[in-house]
Write a new protein. Structure first.
Length: 94
């Protein structure tokens, strides 16, 4: 399995807002590629097409970990680019 790991500062003081943004992102991704997601503590865990993603948060950061099966490895660079795009859309402050 190939892995993608990223961590970025979110800049929000209201953790409910961060959680809500993660829910929006998880809903969008699961609608787009299929699969399911659920909360495990402060982590949204998504499973689809043999891949598993975990998006967690704390007072300062949002962390993303994705395990890709062999058949999805060729898409790793594209997925990393999309993650950066989604991070900017959902977590960067104006």
């Amino acid at each position: 399995m190939s892995e993608i790991k990223m961590q970025r500062r979110h800049g929000y003081s209201d953790l409910d807002d961060v959680r809500s943004r993660i829910e929006g992102l998880a809903d969008r991704v699961s609608d787009k590629i299929g699969g399911t997601w659920n909360w495990e503590g402060n982590d949204a865990v998504c499973k689809a097409r043999g891949a598993k993603a975990r998006v967690g948060y704390d007072e300062e950061n949002v962390s993303i970990e994705i395990s890709l099966p062999l058949m999805l490895r060729p898409l790793q660079a594209r997925l990393e680019s999309k993650i950066e795009e989604y991070y900017g859309r959902y977590f960067e402050r104006d």
